[in-house]
Design a protein around this ligand. Structure first.
Ligand SMILES: NC(=O)c1ccc[n+]([C@@H]2O[C@H](COP(=O)([O-])OP(=O)(O)OC[C@H]3O[C@@H](n4cnc5c(N)ncnc54)[C@H](OP(=O)(O)O)[C@@H]3O)[C@@H](O)[C@H]2O)c1
Length: 317
């Protein structure tokens, strides 16, 4: 196994999407417990835009290689990797550097993509899905409860809402008008966010709201507290939970059994993760600009744009 030349999305200074560049690096062969994956598609996440623009408490040393969620084809496996082999379609999430021709990842953060699930869809499933799964699990939600999910058509909110509906939970989801029909089609009762949210939530849940999952920020949390939802039953992943005394359960470690379960739901049609927009890797700036505009349904993805492997950077020696 040899190092492979690989394009990678990287930035050397903080700022808007314009600071993103595509550079060439060398990707080592997989070490013990690792897999090297030929990138097919990757899912964008708002946290990377926040870190890049300096709006996050997370400060990464420059330069920063971009991209967490990916899907692709295993090219080689390191010593000690069981159950994965070259040619397997996989998806997963790493802390950074996934938007590259070749992705080196611990085998413990990837899972197989089942038959019938497009790699573009799998690409946006790992981080958003694990986050939704863990947040929902943290509240022990039972059938018959009425919950509120903010940004219910977004990457995390869209998955969380559908998982809750499948459990027999009544889900009230906040979204812009353009997403209301889509939410209804997936069993979620839409409510418009913005001024008057508290009154609309009170009207939608007259018998009480038992838990709130926030993906959008202060407005939802303040409305929930005003409606008497106990702080320990409010979870936010989008703002400082301690400022409100609410909970902040987000993504734990990416856990292959959870990824398997999520992918199986997608394969069976019980979980739908729409592609809001898809861009070739060379247009990663445009992809982030689209994400950062803030109004979308599902996931924004970037895809490998080489038309065949002959055009892809290959072995370096
Ligand atoms: N802590 C963690 O583990 C973790 C993990 C993942 C994400 N996050 C954070 O969670 C948040 C959501 O992530 P995501 O990937 O789901 O984001 P996303 O997919 O980019 O969310 C987009 C959605 O937000 C909705 N939206 C925009 N403005 C809104 C408002 N004022 N009120 C309610 N909804 C609004 C949009 O709805 P319309 O299009 O209908 O307007 C759109 O569907 C981000 O802040 C992200 O950084 C945290």
């Amino acid at each position: 196994m040899r190092p492979l030349a690989s394009r990678v999305v990287r930035y050397h200074e903080r700022g808007g999407p314009e600071v993103l560049r595509i550079e060439t690096v060398e990707v080592a062969p997989p070490g013990p417990g690792e897999v090297r994956v030929r990138f097919v598609a990757g899912g964008l996440n708002p946290v990377d835009a926040k870190i890049r623009s300096g709006r996050s408490r997370i400060v990464l040393p420059l330069p920063v290689d971009v991209g967490r969620e990916f899907a692709g084809i295993v090219e080689s496996v390191g010593h000690g990797v069981d159950g994965l082999a070259p040619g397997d379609a996989v998806f997963g999430s790493i802390p950074q550097g996934a938007f590259a021709d070749w992705v080196l990842a611990p085998a413990g953060v990837v899972a197989r993509v089942p038959e019938g699930v497009p790699l573009e869809v799998a690409a946006g499933l790992a981080l958003a899905g694990q986050t939704a799964w863990d947040a929902l699990a943290s509240q022990g939600i039972a059938a018959g409860e009425t919950i509120v999910v903010s940004a219910a058509a977004g990457g995390v909110g869209g998955i969380l809402s559908q998982l809750a509906v499948r459990r027999g939970v009544r889900v009230i989801g906040t979204a812009g008008r353009d997403n209301h029909d889509w939410l209804r089609a997936h069993g979620v009762e839409p409510v418009l966010y913005g001024d008057g949210l508290r009154a609309r939530l009170a009207a939608a849940g007259p018998d009480g709201i038992t838990a709130v999952f926030d993906q959008a920020g202060a407005e939802t949390i303040e409305a929930a507290l005003a409606l008497g939802v106990p702080p320990e039953r409010i979870n936010t992943i989008s703002t400082d939970a301690s400022a409100y005394g609410v909970r902040n359960v987000g993504r734990g470690a990416v856990h292959p059994p959870t990824l398997d379960a999520l992918a199986a739901l997608v394969a069976s049609g019980d979980l739908v993760v729409p592609i809001a927009a898809s861009f070739p890797l060379t247009e990663v700036r445009e992809a982030f600009a689209f994400l950062e505009a803030g109004h979308l349904r599902g996931k924004v993805v970037v895809t490998a744009d080489a038309t065949d492997d002959a055009e892809r950077p290959g072995p370096t020696r």
